[in-house]
Ligand binder design. Structure first.
Ligand SMILES: [Mg+2]
Length: 261
C-alpha cells in the first residue's frame, strides 16, 4: 500500500469522517486518531464544505463531541467566499442556510450583483431559486458562486441533496458556469495546502466523497483516500472517473496505516 508512505501533511474532511451528519457522537476512533496524528507532528487541517452553520457553530459542535482543533485549522467555504466577494467588489444575493447568515454580516448585500448558493436545505424553495434565477438573468455579466460542488450527503440513514444539484439548475437556466468555492475547487484546496506548508505530493486528503474529496485532491497533486463511513457507497470503489489511492474502513484505520509506514 503505497499511498500511506512519506506523508508530511493530512487534510481531513469533517462530515462523514469525524462524525456522521446529524449525529452528536464521533465516528469510533476518530478523536484518538487525530491525537495520534498530532503527537507524531504531522500537520493536519480540516477541509470542509459545511455551510449549514457558521464556522464558530461548527467548531462548537466539534468541541462538544470531543475534538480539540483550533478555529484557524478549519477551512469551510464561507470565509473564503467572503474574501473573494470583498476583493472583487461583489454584493451577493444569498441563498444560504439561515444558521450560516451571520458569517456574511460584514458583506454589503445591497443592490446585489451576484448570487451565492450554499447548502440552504429547506431554503431551497422554488421561490428562492426563482429569485436567484431572475437576478442572474438581469445582470449583464451574471456571477454565480456555489459553496462546494457536492451532489449529496448522508444524514441518519438517508442520502440528501447537497448544493451541487441546485447550482446545476441555475447554470442550466442562465447559461452560466458557477464558480465553486469549496471542494473540489483547486484554489480552495490550494489555500489550505499553503496554510499546511507542505507540497501537494506529500499530502493525503481523507474524505467520504469520492468526487469532491478524493478526485478533487488528486487533481491538485495530492493523494486521495476514501473512508467507508459517511456517504460512502460500495459502488464508489468502481467509480467511472475517480479511483482513490486507497480505501479504508474509517479515519482511525487510515491514520494507523500512515503512522505505521
Ligand atoms: Mg464529507
Amino acid at each position: 500500500m503505497s499511498w500511506c508512505k512519506n506523508v508530511k501533511g493530512v487534510l481531513l474532511d469533517i462530515t462523514g469522517v469525524l462524525f456522521e451528519s446529524g449525529a452528536s457522537e464521533p465516528i469510533k476512533g476518530s478523536i484518538e486518531a487525530i491525537k495520534r496524528l498530532k503527537d507524531s507532528k504531522i500537520p493536519v487541517r480540516f477541509c470542509t464544505n459545511e455551510t449549514t452553520k457558521t464556522r464558530q457553530k461548527l467548531l462548537q459542535k466539534l468541541h462538544s463531541i470531543g475534538f480539540s482543533m483550533k478555529e484557524d485549522d478549519v477551512f469551510p467555504p464561507i470565509p473564503a467566499c467572503c474574501q473573494i466577494l470583498k476583493s472583487r467588489g461583489l454584493r451577493p444575493h444569498l441563498v444560504v442556510n439561515p444558521d450560516a447568515l451571520s458569517d456574511f454580516c460584514e458583506i454589503n448585500q445591497e443592490n446585489p450583483n451576484c448570487v451565492v448558493l450554499g447548502d440552504a436545505t429547506d431554503n431551497f424553495s422554488y421561490q428562492n431559486l426563482n429569485k436567484a434565477f431572475q437576478l442572474l438573468m438581469s445582470l449583464e455579466t451574471p456571477v454565480l458562486f456555489a459553496l462546494g460542488g457536492g451532489k449529496y450527503y448522508k444524514e441518519g440513514s438517508d442520502l440528501i441533496l447537497d448544493v451541487g444539484p441546485f447550482a446545476k439548475a441555475l447554470e442550466y437556466a442562465c447559461d452560466v458556469e458557477a464558480e465553486i468555492v469549496g471542494k473540489p475547487s483547486k484554489s480552495f484546496f490550494g489555500a489550505v495546502l499553503q496554510d499546511l506548508g507542505q507540497p501537494a505530493e506529500s499530502v493525503v486528503m481523507i474524505g467520504d466523497d469520492i468526487v469532491n474529496d478524493v478526485g478533487g485532491a488528486q487533481s491538485c497533486g495530492m493523494r486521495g483516500v476514501q473512508v467507508r463511513t459517511g456517504k460512502y457507497r460500495p459502488s464508489d470503489e468502481n467509480h467511472p472517473t475517480v479511483k482513490a489511492d486507497g480505501y479504508v474502513d474509517n479515519l482511525a484505520h487510515a491514520i494507523d496505516l500512515i503512522l505505521q509506514s
